[in-house]
Design a protein around this ligand. Structure first.
Ligand SMILES: *Cc1c(COP(=O)(O)O)cnc(C)c1O
Length: 432
């Protein structure tokens, strides 16, 4: 698409946007009494207007029926999590019994590592992207230690080439091949939280399997952002949170995927709890854990109904919009942001450098901007103008226009604030 840096052009794109009606389904935050430009859906998605009612419905059910709520009403709590199977399977490209909604992301990552990181003297390494989200790093480090290995030896980080910010698929696959005698697990983010790079997940899965390793993905920044096909790609497991692009509220209930190939394998080691017990005999309360088939067999506790109620309300909006439509708009919206940023800069690599890959196939909504000088001041100026992005020390601003509720006009207005920021051209000149 050929873009233009004008309000008329931005408004034209909004007017012809088939998803434009969805913005009104969300509560937009306000700054100084004005509707903010919210480009932070990669960190915490906005509240769907239907969420409050969904929670109130369950509160009412609890109030009126108490323990009977488990068995009565149109969504009895006992089987409440089942309603997620179909929509979540569509979202991540899975079979319904490969997915489950439970816990939080890092908890689910630990549960999956217990099943899929089973080091032997020969195969004990975990290959990860360098600069993975801290929680993932800590999870991996603690699991490695739990098995009696040294993180310095067992955790192998794959870094970009000197002078580059993002990883090349060929380098990732080569690094996996290099460790083929000792790698137990390859663990990658779907999209790196810092750079916004979308990895070639099928290629990574193939390389991991060829090297004789399991492969798992952390989809925190990918779920609800880009189309996924976990089953076909052959991922052994995946985990994700739902409060980022999936708009399911702070600390919202998370998701997990276990490939069909493993999901019915009762002999796979796991941490067990009563909710993962064979459903047909769960309430026999017998000794000896028998997992229920599918990803459900990794559940520990009875479900967090109030969090799930929000998640369901948010997913309903998602389903109505359709992931493919969202992706199509997202490519245009983020492409427009890229154009606007380049247009402010004059050239692509002056004051603001875009860390995120330029190829739309290698990114989702987010653009990460490296601002070498006075980045914090630029970020504060954006904030003072009602533009909410997020700041990552020491010099990165992340902006993520979300196709469900952001507009082309908002992107245009971000560019206008950048152009008018006093002192900003000085920062631009100062950078070589
Ligand atoms: C957001 C995010 C998390 C957050 O973990 P929680 O357990 O939900 O607090 C973990 N990993 C990645 C890659 C993330 O982007």
């Amino acid at each position: 698409m050929v873009y233009e840096n004008s309000l008329t052009f931005a408004r034209h794109l909004d007017a012809t946007d088939s998803l434009k009606g969805f913005r009104d389904r969300f509560h937009l935050p306000r700054v100084n009494g004005q509707e903010a430009i919210y480009f932070c859906g990669n960190s915490l998605g906005l509240q769907p207007k239907t969420a409050r009612l969904a929670v109130e419905k369950e509160m009412h059910h609890w109030q009126e029926r108490a323990v009977e709520g488990h068995f009565t009403g149109d969504q009895p709590w006992l089987a409440y999590h089942k309603q997620f199977k179909e929509p979540v399977a569509r979202l991540v490209g899975a079979q319904p019994d490969e997915v489950v909604v439970m816990n939080n992301l890092t908890t689910n990552l630990h549960l999956m590592l217990v099943s899929f990181y089973r080091p032997t003297r020969q195969r004990f390494k975990i290959l990860v992207e360098a600069g993975a989200f801290p929680s993932d790093q800590y999870a991996v480090e603690s699991q490695v230690k739990l098995h009696g290995y040294q993180p310095a030896e067992a955790v192998v980080e794959i870094s970009p080439r000197a002078g580059e910010c993002t990883l090349r698929t060929e380098d990732i696959c080569q690094a996996i091949r290099d460790q083929r005698d000792s790698v137990a697990l390859v663990l990658f983010g779907g999209i790196n939280y810092y750079t916004g790079q979308l990895f070639d997940l099928p290629a990574i899965a193939r390389a991991a399997h060829e090297a004789g390793a399991f492969v798992g993905f952390d989809l925190a920044h990918a779920a609800g952002n880009v189309p996924l096909r976990l089953h076909d790609w052959g991922a052994d497991f995946a985990v994700w949170c739902t409060y980022k692009y999936l708009n399911s509220g702070p600390g919202g209930v998370a998701g997990a995927f276990v490939h069909a190939q493993h999901a019915r394998n009762a002999s796979l080691p796991r941490l067990a709890g009563w909710w993962g017990y064979d459903e047909t005999t769960r309430f026999g309360m017998k000794k000896g854990f028998v997992p229920t088939p599918g990803a459900d067999g990794w559940q520990l506790s009875n479900g967090s109904i109030l969090l799930m109620a929000v998640h369901k309300a948010a997913l309903d909006v998602f389903e109505e919009a359709g992931m493919e439509n969202l992706r199509q708009k997202s490519r245009q919206l983020t492409g427009y942001l890229e154009y606007i940023l380049d247009h402010q800069n004059g050239t692509a690599d002056t004051a603001i450098r875009i860390l995120t890959p330029r190829n739309p196939e290698e990114r989702g909504c987010q653009l990460s901007l490296l601002v070498e000088r006075e980045g914090r001041r630029l970020f504060d100026t954006l904030a003072a103008n009602g533009i909410i992005g997020d700041w990552r020390e020491p010099n990165v601003i992340r902006l993520s226009p979300a196709p469900l509720y952001n507009t082309f006009e908002e992107v245009y207005r971000v560019g206008k604030v950048l152009a008018e920021t006093a002192g900003y051209p000085a920062a631009k000149r100062a950078v070589v």
